[in-house]
Design a binder for this molecule. Structure first.
Ligand SMILES: Cc1ncc(COP(=O)(O)O)c(C=O)c1O
Length: 395
């Protein structure tokens, strides 16, 4: 690193900003690969398949047609319309284009929503283990993080009774995520209705992270936005990354009341200006075009989940529930006697299998590892064999 003469005087808030460990583990795994090691990647949360050809073609055509300029901060009107239609159909609600804001990925909806809503001291309830960006952003903004423990004996479905006890008159926002990262837990229709009843008519907003809603293996997807009286208090987060294997395109969206949407769009104007316009044209094709590829991907993830869970349950020290959605498995590793982070490091360094420590998703992730099944069956089988060999040597 080059040396500098001046002291870097970072803003204090930077010390409160967290991170997403998956990206760091990926960097470490790639460094090991450069040293000649063979690594099976089960750490990062993205489909291994390429974006379906019809979507790629739509983007290429859009580029040729001159979609190379700035667009409106809230998104192209035609895409907002297509999203509103899709969300209305998939959630059984009414939705219109002015309730949709298109941003570069699902993550900016977390960032912008929290920036727009949370003031210092506001309490935010969120799942733990859970997507680490929620906690990071709450801390960054000086909010008070109030984690709800997702428990294995409930198949990692959020316990509404437990959450209800955490609601106070300072609660500003409740974050839910179903199907869930990292556990694959899915909230039932009853869970959602119970949550709505627990919130009652309090003026609390709900950010419902539904980015995995199409990656469901059992049960149904039920959005809290469809509960009577909750549409105005819900921000639905969804996007293209996971359903259409478009992680690198950076395109997601939020659906919310129009008077909040204008502020989220204003935050976009102040930061990203807009989402790349040619990708938005491809987004319309993704939503309105042939849906057989995403469905094939979903079925393939289910097959891989079954292979992984069956295999890992035969390995000493590991036990794993069958996740009902998303493409993650979250085995319990308590019987190994190893702390999660140390075990994840050892599996990467000694066995060439990259996974994430459960603690990358919050303190209640101790005792678990997250393995993504977004890899081929062949690689999953190699990974299982390597973990098995490693445990036979080390446990
Ligand atoms: C629960 C959850 N929400 C949001 C995101 C962000 O998605 P994107 O890559 O579209 O920003 C992810 C990505 O891993 C996620 O797991």
């Amino acid at each position: 690193m080059t040396t500098t003469q001046t002291e870097l005087r970072l803003a204090k808030r930077m010390s409160r900003l967290g991170t997403e460990t998956a990206f760091e583990v990926l960097v470490h795994a790639r460094a090991l690969e450069r040293q000649g090691k063979h690594i099976i990647h089960l750490e990062i949360g993205e489909p291994d398949q390429d974006t379906p050809a019809n979507i790629v073609e739509a983007a290429v055509n859009a580029l040729h047609q001159g979609y190379t300029h700035y667009g409106p901060s809230a998104g192209l009107p035609d895409l907002r319309e297509a999203i509103a239609e899709d969300v209305a159909k998939s959630r059984g609600i009414k939705a219109s284009a002015d309730e949709v804001v298109v941003v570069p990925g699902g993550k900016p909806i977390i960032f912008f929503t929290m920036l727009a809503l949370i003031e210092e001291g506001d309490e935010v309830i969120y799942p733990n283990p859970g997507f680490p960006i929620y906690e990071s952003m709450i801390n960054f903004l000086g909010g008070k993080p109030v984690p709800v423990h997702l428990r294995e004996d409930r198949d990692f479905r959020l316990d509404v009774d437990e959450l209800a006890k955490d609601i106070t008159n300072r609660t500003k926002l409740i974050v839910i995520n179903s199907p869930q990262n990292p556990t694959g837990g899915v909230m039932t229709r009853q869970d959602i209705q119970d949550l709505a009843a627990a919130i009652g008519d309090r003026d609390i907003m709900v950010m419902s992270d539904e980015i995995y809603h199409r990656l469901l293996f059992e049960g149904e997807h039920y959005s809290i936005a469809s509960v009577d009286g909750f549409k105005d208090r819900t921000i639905i987060l969804d996007g293209f990354s996971k359903t259409y294997a478009m992680t690198g395109w950076r395109m997601g969206y939020g659906v919310m009341r129009p008077d909040l949407a204008v502020h989220i769009a204003r935050l976009a104007t102040n930061s990203t200006s807009c989402t790349a316009t040619f990708t938005q044209v491809a987004g319309i094709e993704a939503l309105r075009g042939d849906q057989s590829e995403p469905e094939k991907m979903r079925q393939e993830f289910q097959r891989r989940r079954d292979v992984f869970v069956k295999g890992i349950n035969q390995i000493k020290g590991f036990s794993c529930r069958l996740p009902k959605g998303a493409f993650y498995t979250f085995p319990n590793i308590k019987q190994t006697g190893w702390p999660s982070k140390k075990l994840a490091d050892a599996l990467l360094d000694d066995a060439g299998v990259a996974a994430l420590s459960g603690t990358a998703f919050g303190a209640f992730g101790e005792g678990y590892l997250r393995f993504s099944v977004a890899n081929s069956i062949e690689n999953i089988e190699i990974a299982l064999d390597r973990i098995d060999q490693w445990t036979k040597k080390n446990l």
